[in-house]
Every structure is written in structure tokens, then in C-alpha cells.
Write a protein that binds this ligand. Structure first.
Ligand code: PNW
Length: 488
């Protein structure tokens, strides 16, 4: 540990906020634990949330442009413009991330920028290819590793119009074509690929709850989408391992969900908690990492809604990843006296209070509670259940009412510092308990378009003024820099 840096940072913390003394002493008293030179850390983003320029650069419309066009699906009628205008300001963001000490940047590529109409016979947009070449080259020039998400929810609207995008298995062919373009154009420099980001958020929020594009509410549809997502993922994996093996990269999928804690010491509470883990993680993780099929609890409870795999398909999808990407933010409590009701979705038989109090500190989002104890349990659970190396591809916090504070207060984002401190130490504990964890990406590199919450909910370790688009580092970026200095 670099004592001078540590002391300087502690002094900074003390000067700026006497109220955080308890978390400071817990930071300083911890035994250092080395992560090793190969550990990857950085921050993450997604194309639709940051790029802006949705009509420029030859980009075609995505399902989010259409979904947000009526002004009713997001806070204040927010849309993908301006985003953070990273289409033009990417170099500034990459330089900031570098200045925080990170060694990697996770970002996504917008399908409609590469293939504006989406299909396997549609024209390729060379301007889009040129843009991502500039971006990738800038990351590499700064000495960082590009971690690329192939799909972070922005399907070309033309495919939605043509066949309902993820509702049709035709998307598997079109997705493979799109992925082949990316491997061909960028695979010489990109060695870390994520096929899909959070397929669960789409099958649940976009096809059951209806608050994400394209806004459907039908459980049978949602399971069709889930199967097509898994098939598209597996096809892309096989493509990479056959046609692009010489590139010698790794490829996986990023799954997401909560930790579910049995809130009572009863068999029923424990069973319900396991059902929730199965319904969030197992829906995708069991087919891809463990059995080639849906979890038993799901097969029993939702058999009439599921889109089943043939035995050949099960064989085709099983073990189609080099790693498990993992996005996790929060924990939930599960009780014995409520029967889990999976047919209404994936998240609704759990609660955010336990023993009469909330499971963790409050954020700006109703679903997000600062509960690091659950993060450790979840990491150990995923490791012991699936035995794949884990890349934490997102973890972060939206400070309550951050948007309402003046800039000078806002960038002293102690609640976010505290969140990352707690979750990083939970990660260390999980590693000490044997979990193979290889990366940590903070969500997000900058404030950005938080989907239906618009620009009102901020997750960035860098502040963005959405009128001037000026960037200002928050205290959390300094905290992360210091934390990884101590632990690398
Ligand atoms: C993830 N929930 O989404 C996404 O990968 C990011 O694009 C997003 O900005 C980030 O987390 C913060 O929300 C989530 O309702 C969306 O539980 C919704 C939920 C969880 C994650």
C-alpha cells in the first residue's frame, strides 16, 4: 500500500465530510488484499445512453427512438439526444477514465449504427464502423482494454417492424450477421466480447412490465424472447469459436439480478428465495452454464408459458461462454408466507425490508438499495453454482436527489463512495471464499440517460451537465482510483 497516497486521501475525506467518519475508519483499518496485475477494473456505458447523434452518422432508428418518441415513456420525455454527446466527446471521456487509473473501458456498439436496417442482407454503414474504430483505437492508445458489449438493448426499429425483433427466431440469423461484422472489423484489437447485456431486463421489463422498449406485457412473449436471446447468444459464441478462433479473445454474456435472502428461518422462505434466484439468474444461467435447460422450479411453475428447447438445442447452447458477466446492484428479502408468483414476472415476490428495516441504504431508484452483504453472498452463490470465472461488468449507485443539489455539493457523492467501498470489500470477501472474480466495472463512466428515468437519475462517477455537456469528476472517481491503488 502506498502510505502517502492513503494518508492524503484520508485527509481529503476527513476535511470534506466529518459525517462519514465511520466509513473512513473502516476503510483505513482494513487489511490490504492484492488483486493481482491481471485484474481488470474500469467503468461502463451503453451506446443508447451516451452517444446522442441518433439521426447522424448514418445511424438507423432503434426501438428506443420509437418508444421514446411520444414523450410518455420517460421522465420529462427524455430521449437518446443529447445523451452525453459521447459520439463527439468520447476521447474526453476515455481520457478522464484513464486519469482515474482504470485499465479498461466497457462500452456497447449500436446495432443500428453498423447495420441501419438490421437485416443480414441490409447495407453496412461504413461511417458507423469508422466511429467505433476511432473509439476502440482511442481506448487502446490510452493503454486501456476495450470490453465490448455487442447488444445493449438497441435493436434496429426496422427489425421490430419486419418481424417483431426478439419475438421471432429470425433475429438469430440477423444477429449472427451483425456479430460477424464486428468480429471482422474490430476483432484484431477487441479481445473481450459480451454478446448480450442483461437479457433478463429485456424479457422482464420490455415484455412483462412494459416500461422498456418495445413495451409489451405478455408472459408467453417474454419467454419466446428469452429463448431467442439464448439462441442468438449461442450462435454468436459458436461463430466466434469457429470462424474467429485465431483472434484468441474471450466471449461471454452479462446476466443480472438481485441477491434473494430468506427473511425467515423457514423452509418455505428458503424455497421462495431459491425460486427467485432461479427466476432471475437461472433462467439464462442454467441453460448456458449448467444444464442446457431452464431451472426445474421454473419448468414446474411456468410450464405453460415457457418456450422449450429441443434436445439438440440444449446441446447447442450448453457451455457457450468463456466467462459469466455479472451485473448486480441490490438485494431483496423473501418471506415464507407469500407464495412466489412467477407468472406475474420475475421480481415481484420479494421485498426491500427485512426485520422491520430496509435491506440497505436508499437510492434515487425504487429498486436499488445499498446492501453489500448480499453482493458477497451472490458472488459466492454464482461461483459455487456455475463454476465459471466471473467478470463483474456493472455495479453502481444513483444517489438520492443528486439531481437537485448544486454542483459543488453533488460531486461530494459520499453515498456513492460508501456504496462502492462496501461492494468492493464484499467482492474481496467473496474472492477470499474462493470465487474466481476477474473484473470490476463501475456503472457508469459518466451520468447518462437512465432509460425510463431519463436524465433525472444519475449513476456516473463523472458528472455531466446536460445543458452544457461539461464533465466534472465526482469524489467517487477519486475513491475508486485510491481503492484500486491499495488493492492492486
Ligand atoms: C442496468 N431494475 O439496468 C443496465 O445494464 C444499465 O443500462 C442501467 O443504466 C443500469 O443497470 C442502472 O439501472 C437495470 O429495475 C435496469 O432492477 C433496471 C433494473 C436493474 C438494472
Amino acid at each position: 500500500m502506498n502510505a502517502a497516497n492513503a494518508a492524503a486521501f484520508l485527509a481529503l475525506l476527513c476535511l470534506a465530510a466529518a459525517s462519514t467518519l465511520s466509513s473512513i475508519s473502516s476503510i483505513s483499518s482494513r487489511a490490504p488484499h492484492k488483486l493481482g496485475d491481471n485484474f481488470i477494473w474500469g467503468a461502463a456505458s451503453a451506446a443508447y445512453q451516451i452517444e446522442g447523434n441518433t439521426k447522424g452518422g448514418g445511424r438507423g432508428p432503434s426501438i428506443w427512438d420509437k418508444f421514446f418518441a411520444d414523450g410518455k415513456h420517460s421522465v420529462d420525455g427524455a430521449t437518446g439526444d443529447p445523451g452525453t454527446d459521447s459520439y463527439h466527446r468520447y476521447a474526453e471521456d476515455i481520457a478522464l477514465l484513464k486519469s482515474y487509473g482504470a485499465n479498461a473501458y466497457r462500452f456497447s456498439i449500436a446495432w443500428p449504427r453498423i447495420v441501419p436496417r438490421g437485416g443480414r442482407n441490409s447495407p453496412v454503414n461504413r461511417e458507423g464502423i469508422a466511429y467505433y474504430n476511432r473509439l476502440i483505437n482511442e481506448v487502446i492508445k490510452q493503454g486501456m482494454t476495450p470490453f465490448v458489449t455487442i447488444y445493449h438493448w438497441d435493436a434496429p426499429q426496422a427489425l421490430e417492424d419486419k418481424y417483431g425483433s426478439w419475438l421471432s427466431e429470425t433475429i438469430v440469423d440477423d444477429f449472427e450477421h451483425y456479430a460477424r461484422i464486428l468480429f471482422t472489423e474490430f476483432g484484431d484489437r477487441v479481445k473481450h466480447w459480451i454478446t448480450l447485456n442483461e437479457p433478463l431486463t429485456i424479457s422482464a421489463e420490455a415484455y412483462v412490465v412494459g416500461i422498456f422498449a418495445p413495451g409489451h406485457t405478455d408472459l408467453t412473449e417474454s419467454y419466446k424472447v428469452a429463448k431467442n436471446q439464448i439462441m442468438a447468444h449461442a450462435r454468436t459464441y459458436h461463430l466466434y469459436k469457429t470462424e474467429f478462433a485465431a483472434q484468441k479473445g474471450v466471449i461471454g454474456i452479462t446476466l443480472n439480478g438481485n441477491w434473494f435472502e430468506p427473511a425467515e428461518n423457514t423452509a418455505h422462505a428458503r424455497e421462495n428465495a431459491q425460486v427467485m434466484l432461479d427466476f432471475q439468474w437461472g433462467l439464462y444461467a442454467d441453460p448456458i452454464y449448467k444444464t442446457g435447460n431452464y431451472p426445474k422450479s421454473m419448468q414446474e411453475r411456468n410450464w405453460e408459458y415457457l418456450s422449450w428447447f429441443t434436445p439438440q438445442e440444449s446441446e447447442y447452447i450448453l457451455h457457450t461462454a468463456d466467462f459469466m458477466g455479472m451485473n448486480a446492484y441490490t438485494s431483496s428479502a423473501v418471506y415464507g408466507n407469500v407464495s412466489s408468483n412467477p407468472s406475474t414476472g420475475y421480481t415481484y415476490s420479494s421485498f426491500n425490508f427485512m426485520n422491520g428495516t430496509m435491506v440497505g441504504g436508499e437510492s434515487n431508484e425504487g429498486w436499488l438499495w445499498d446492501a453489500p452483504w448480499g453482493f458477497e453472498k451472490l458472488l459466492v452463490y454464482l461461483w459455487e453454482t456455475y463454476h465459471y470465472p466471473i467478470y463483474i461488468t456493472e455495479n453502481g449507485f444513483s444517489v438520492k436527489d443528486e439531481n437537485k443539489k448544486p454542483l459543488n455539493d453533488l460531486i461530494q457523492d459520499w453515498d456513492r463512495v460508501n456504496y462502492h467501498d462496501g461492494y468492493l470489500n464484499a467482492m474481496l470477501n467473496a474472492m477470499q471464499r474462493g470465487a474466481d472474480i476477474r473484473s470490476y466495472f463501475a456503472w457508469a463512466i459518466t451520468d447518462n440517460l437512465e432509460w425510463a428515468s431519463g436524465y433525472s437519475s444519475r449513476f456516473g462517477i463523472t458528472h455531466v451537465d446536460f445543458d452544457t455537456l461539461v464533465r466534472t469528476p465526482k469524489m467517487s472517481s477519486q475513491f475508486l482510483q485510491q481503492w484500486f491503488k491499495w488493492h492492486w
